[in-house]
Structure formats: structure tokens, C-alpha cells
Design a protein around this ligand. Structure first.
Ligand code: FE6
Length: 689
């Protein structure tokens, strides 16, 4: 494989995976979905009178007919025990879980009703009000939660509890156990599993449920030990009612104030009206539809925390509305917190939920923003997206592509505005999230989009104080040469400024961008050009500079042209296949020689990641280094003399200079390899003293 081919196949993905920091981590997807499920912000229907006492919880159910007794499957039983005993550090979260289930059930009903398919035609009571009710009863020590959602059939009452045990079986349970052990209490993401949490506080749970389209309702009851019972029941209302018979030491949950606090803590944004003892408790606000000017900081903070499931605040907020070329209401947040390993992983799903007219299509929708913007959290609502958008459509539709293009352009423009508005703040953002921008440039195939993202790149410059950062646009604004942007990769400012590759441009007072992160040079190499300017690494420029090897006018302090040719030929002979060529250059001042290769960024990346499993010969064959010597440098002039007077010393010197130059180019992963030959050289050089 040649270096140029290597540089072509170089993608950000292997950049990331070769570096230990960004190993893909297998996170349980359910883990992050936890609170998100509650994001059904939607129905704004309010009851006619907010103060009016409104309750649907009544004692209408009468069990009739045969009771069938079932035993939990062994795995279900295990899961139930874990959820009930060790998963959550806080008991109160069972309320969040049950509300979230109820909200899902309502959301499903709302979806059925508007999707207009056959089932919808048959729904009785299709315009039932979609509500969640909670009733506390201190006297009977019970807590009841009831919804008017899709409900469960007899089969579902049996199988819903088995779902996890069926799908993930033992491995899943092991995972849960581990998470529980480290106190990660947010892993239960599936419908129905959170239900088990009620057994943290209950010594008996009673469920009445009637599914859409079903004739009869059922009663399900269990003490959470080994068995449960199912029995048909009359008077069951559409939806699901769960009666928690509280353990004696959990009687606090039969208290209205306790429940109210818990609701405020976890379930602020539940999409359906939520009543506690007949009083409405949540005020539903689809924040993204509000007038941006009317939304307060506090509202944004609450909303952000809710949808992201994190505890920081947004650092930037983009509240965006448009109707052309597509209807979009978007509320996007850029987190204040630094990205964790989780965001770093390219396996991570998007943080953006997709809605149409306040109805959720999909949480964590991939493809509505490019992968590299996976750290952005928020909501996108578009009236133009059909409700029944299938999974395949979500991935391939022209509509989604349009949505994504418009949003991406808007996000990039927004970030550029932030950069212009307050560079100090933006630099903090760049420090934390700059890597994502770079990923965006490397992974994008569209040059225009690459360049859009490149507007956000920041670099130190040879023409600015250390630590002062400039953009590519800043560079262009004062560029004398209207074709080229020069950059130099180096580990630090000091090394950049004293780099042999930069010497001649420094003399010419040519501005050069300094990049210190290994990714920077890969990014600029991939970008290739910006606004019509070619991006040129000074190392590459040195290799390609034809004038540099024009050795006609050298002056007295230099080797003559013929001498240079003899010396070059001789060095090439001694170095053999380690170099492809040796020639003189006029671009060096204080350094005796440098090594150039075709694609320095790719070469360094290759050395960092691959060199250890390749033989030395092979390594040089791939790199194809060229040695450029400075005919004015005392060492080179001396070497020319030694060539005839002490060829052994001259050869040691040539090899050492070459090895040193390889280190200088950043192409040696362990500089200790130089030491033996260095000592041999010193022995020989010091012999006569
Ligand atoms: C969770 C009780 C089994 C619906 N509505 C509500 N909860 C639901 C479903 N679950 N599953 C579906 C669950 C229970 C049993 C599963 Br027993 F709440 N509110 Cl449609």
C-alpha cells in the first residue's frame, strides 16, 4: 500500500478507533431513553375550568368469572426482584415510571386515532379525553393511577411482563444487575418494565385494563412474589388503572403532597393532562411552538434538562422557525457540560426528537442532523412530515434529507454567529466540542458543507501572539497571496516556530497557521481548499517547491552545484532504500537537512497507528522519504570534505542526520532508537581528541 492510497482511505472512523480514547462503547440504549419517554409534551387541551375538580377514578370494576393463576417465568421473576429491590436508589421513581407508561399508552391512542387506519374506524369512544389521573387514599393506604390510553388485552397482561425476559433473557438481566450495582438507575427504557418498580413500595398491585377494540376488561393482581392472577371484570374503563396497595413503611406515597413533589420533580412535561386527586398538576407547554421571545431562561433550562436527561444547562440555544422550503419548528440546545465518552462514540444516537404537529414520531431520530452533531439536544417539529413515517422512510426520504440540509445549514450559521458575537465564549465551546466539528469536515463528502463547517475552525497563527486564535476567514482577509493558505502541524508553538519546514516562509513573512492537534492536519488535508484557496502544508510545499532546488545562484558560503550533486549521490548510495532521493535545497537556513514525504499528515498518522506491525524496510518503502540538504550549512560542507578524507565518519554522519530529520518530521515513534548510532558517531568524531 502506498502512502497516497493510505491517505485516501484515511477516514475519521479509523482516526477515532486507533486512538484509545474513542473506542466505541457499548452503552445500553435504554439507559438514555429513561426520562425521554416522558417527552410527550403535546396535548395542550386544557379542561374548561382549571380549578374545577375533575376525576375519572371510580369504583366501577367488578371481577366476574374464572380466575386463572399464572407463575412468573424464572427470568421474569429475577428481573422483578432486581427492579423491586436493587435497581433504584430512590423509591419515589416508581411514580415517574407509571406516569411514563400511562403517557405512552395515551400517545399510542392519540396516534391510532389520527392515523385513520382500520383500527381507528372501530375505536369506540374515539374522542374520549386523554388523561392521567392519580388518586391518593390514606385511609386504605393505596395509590391509584389511571389512564385512558390504549389499554392491554388479556394476552398483553400476560406477555407484557415477559417481554424483556423473552427478548434479552439472561444477558440483559446480568446487565441490569451490573448497572444496579453501580447505582445507575436510569436503564429501564421499555414499556412495561418500569411497571415492576411499583413492587418497591407495594405488597400488592392490582391492574384493571381494557384494550382498544376489546369487549371485556380484565383484572390482574399479584403480590410480586411468584405468581399472578387474571380474571375477567365488568365495568372496566377504557385504558389502564393500577392500584398500588402500599407497604406499611411506604405510606408516605398515599400522601398528596409527597406525590405532588415527585410529579414536579420528574414529570413536569408529561404530554397529557395529569390530575392529582381531581386537580390538574402539570401545565403542558410545547416550548418549541412558543414565541422565542416569550420563553424564559428557566423554561429553557427545565426543558433542556428534561429532554437531555442531564443536569447541566444549555450553553447555546437555537430556537428556529421557518416555513420555506419546509415547515420547521426547532428548539436545539448545545450542552454546557463537556462531552462524555458516550457522546464521543459514533454509535451514539442523535439527541433530537422528531415531532409532527406536537405528536411524537420518534425520539432520538438519526438523520435529521448529521452524525457529528450528535451532541445537540432538542426537538424538531415539522408539519410536512407524514405521521406514518416508517423506519425506512426516516432513513431515506427526500423530506428528511431536506429537513437535515436546512437544519444543518442553520446550525452552522448559528455557530458562526456565536463565534462572531463572542469569541471568548465560542473558544470554550470549541475546546469542548471542536473535535465534533473536525469530524464533520472529515466525514462529509460534500465540499460546500465541509467548507461551511470549516468556517468554525480556529488556529494559532505565526502572525499573532501565542494563544490568540484566528479563523480561516481572518487569514483570508489579510492574505497577500490570493491562492494559498499555509499551515504547519507541530506539537507546540515553540516547535512550530523553530521548524525547519517553516524557515523560509518565516523569512518571507508569510503567515502560517499553526496546528497542534494531530487531527487538525488531517482535517486540513481532507478539506483541501477553502473559498477557492488551496490549503497547503508547509512541509508539502517544501517537497514541491521547484525553485528550492534551483542551485544556480548559491553564493560563496555554499557548496557549488557540482559538489552538491556529488554529495547527494553519495548520501543516496549510503542510505540505500531508506530514501527515494537526496537533493539540495535553498529553503533551509539554520538546519542542515530535512525529510519530506508525500502526505505528511497521513504519514504521521500511519506511524502513530500502524508502524509497529510493519518491518523497517517496508516502512521506508511506504513513506518514500526524500532528504533535502542545505548546502550552506557547516555540517553539510564538512560532510562534503569528509566524503574523501574520512568516508567512515562521513557515512555515520549522513545516517545520523537522516535519522535526526526523521525525528524532526515526527516520523519516528520512539526517538530512543537513535541513541546507539549517535554514540557510535560520537566515538568516531572524538577519536582524534
Ligand atoms: C405496563 C401492568 C403489565 C399500557 N398502559 C399502561 N401500562 C402498560 C401498558 N404496560 N404495558 C402496556 C404494564 C402494566 C402489567 C405491563 Br400487569 F402497567 N398504563 Cl397500554
Amino acid at each position: 500500500m502506498s502512502l497516497s492510497r493510505f491517505s485516501r482511505i484515511l477516514t475519521f472512523r479509523n482516526v477515532l478507533t486507533k486512538n484509545n480514547t474513542f473506542r466505541n462503547i457499548n452503552c445500553n440504549k435504554a439507559a438514555i431513553r429513561g426520562d425521554q419517554r416522558c417527552l410527550r409534551l403535546l396535548s395542550t387541551q386544557t379542561s374548561p375550568n382549571e380549578e374545577e375538580n375533575h376525576s375519572i377514578i371510580k369504583n366501577t370494576e367488578k371481577p366476574t368469572g374464572d380466575i386463572t393463576k399464572h407463575e412468573f417465568k424464572a427470568e421474569t421473576k429475577m428481573l422483578l426482584d432486581i427492579v423491586a429491590k436493587s435497581l433504584y436508589s430512590e423509591k419515589e421513581v416508581f411514580i415517574r415510571e407509571l406516569i411514563s407508561n400511562a403517557s405512552d399508552a395515551l400517545e399510542k391512542f392519540r396516534y391510532l386515532a389520527v392515523s385513520g387506519n382500520e383500527t381507528a374506524q372501530n375505536i369506540k369512544d374515539i374522542d374520549r379525553s386523554l388523561e392521567i389521573h392519580i388518586l391518593t387514599d390514606k385511609h386504605n393506604r393505596t395509590l391509584t393511577i389511571q389512564d385512558t390510553g390504549v389499554g392491554m388485552s388479556k394476552e398483553e397482561l400476560v406477555s407484557n411482563l415477559g417481554i424483556i425476559a423473552k427478548s434479552g433473557s439472561k444477558a440483559f438481566i446480568e446487565q441490569i444487575k451490573e448497572k444496579a450495582a453501580v447505582g445507575d438507575n436510569n436503564i429501564i427504557g421499555q414499556f412495561g418494565v418500569g411497571f415492576y418498580s411499583s413492587f418497591m413500595v407495594a405488597d400488592k398491585v392490582e391492574v384493571y385494563s381494557k384494550a382498544v377494540g376489546a369487549e371485556t376488561g380484565y383484572r390482574w393482581v399479584s403480590e410480586g412474589t411468584g405468581t399472578y392472577e387474571i380474571q375477567p371484570a365488568e365495568g372496566v374503563q377504557n385504558g389502564t388503572k393500577i392500584i398500588i396497595h402500599l407497604k406499611a413503611d411506604c405510606r408516605e406515597f398515599a400522601d398528596e403532597d409527597t406525590i405532588k413533589n415527585v410529579i414536579n420533580k420528574y414529570s413536569n412535561f408529561v404530554g397529557s393532562p395529569l390530575y392529582l386527586n381531581g386537580k390538574k398538576t402539570n401545565v403542558v407547554q410545547p416550548l418549541w411552538l412558543a414565541d422565542p421571545k416569550s420563553v424564559t431562561f428557566q423554561q429553557h433550562n427545565d426543558f433542556y434538562r428534561f429532554i437531555s436527561g442531564s443536569y447541566d444547562v444549555p450553553r447555546y440555544t437555537l430556537h428556529y422557525k421557518t416555513d420555506v422550503p419546509i415547515s420547521i419548528r426547532a428548539l436545539l440546545y448545545f450542552p454546557e457540560g463537556k462531552p462524555g465518552l458516550f457522546e464521543m462514540s459514533r454509535e451514539t444516537e442523535s439527541g433530537v426528537a422528531l415531532y409532527t404537529k406536537k405528536i411524537l414520531i420518534k425520539n432520538r431520530t438519526d438523520n435529521i442532523l448529521p452524525k457529528w452533531l450528535r451532541f445537540v439536544k432538542g426537538v424538531v417539529d415539522s408539519e410536512d412530515i407524514p405521521l406514518n413515517l416508517s423506519r425506512e422512510l426516516l432513513q431515506n426520504s427526500a423530506l428528511i434529507t431536506k429537513l437535515r440540509d436546512v437544519l444543518t445549514a442553520r446550525v452552522l450559521k448559528f455557530l458562526q454567529e456565536q463565534l462572531k458575537k463572542n469569541q471568548v465564549e465560542f473558544e470554550k465551546f470549541y475546546k469542548d466540542y471542536g473535535l465534533f466539528i473536525k469530524e464533520g469536515i472529515i466525514t462529509n463528502y460534500n465540499q460546500a458543507e465541509k467548507e461551511n463547517a470549516a468556517n468554525l475552525l480556529l488556529f494559532e497563527s505565526s502572525h499573532e501572539e501565542p494563544n490568540k486564535k484566528i479563523t480561516l476567514n481572518d487569514y483570508l482577509a489579510r492574505a497577500a497571496d490570493k491562492r494559498t493558505i499555509y499551515y504547519l502541524a507541530a506539537p507546540s508553538r515553540t516547535l512550530a516556530e523553530s521548524s525547519p519546514y517553516y524557515e523560509s516562509l518565516k523569512t518571507k513573512k508569510q503567515e502560517v497557521l499553526f496546528c497542534y492537534e494531530p487531527y487538525d492536519e488531517l482535517v486540513l488535508m481532507q478539506l483541501q481548499q477553502f473559498k477557492g484557496y488551496k490549503l497547503v502544508s508547509v512541509e508539502k510545499d517544501m517537497r514541491e517547491d521547484k525553485n528550492a532546488s534551483d542551485l544556480t545562484n548559491l553564493g560563496d558560503d555554499s557548496l557549488k552545484r557540482s559538489e552538491i550533486n556529488d554529495l547527494s549521490k553519495w548520501i543516496k548510495e549510503k542510505l540505500g532504500d531508506k530514501v527515494t532521493a537526496v537533493n539540495g535545497t535553498t529553503r533551509l537556513e539554520n538546519h542542515p537537512c530535512v525529510v519530506t514525504v508525500e502526505e505528511m499528515a497521513a504519514a504521521r498518522h500511519f506511524i502513530r497507528t500502524q508502524s509497529h506491525n510493519i518491518s523497517e524496510d517496508r516502512r521506508y518503502a511506504i513513506l518514500q522519504p526524500r532528504l533535502e540538504v542545505n548546502p550552506k550549512h557547516p555540517i553539510i560542507k564538512k560532510m562534503y570534505k569528509l566524503m574523501s578524507s574520512d568516508p567512515v565518519l562521513a557515512e555515520l554522519l549522513a545516517k545520523q542526520l537522516f535519522a535526526n530529520s526523521m525525528v524532526g518530521a515526527g516520523l519516528v515513534d520512539d526517538p530512543r532508537t537513535l541513541l546507539t548510532s549517535m554514540n557510535d558517531l560520537l566515538v568516531k568524531a572524538l577519536e582524534k581528541h
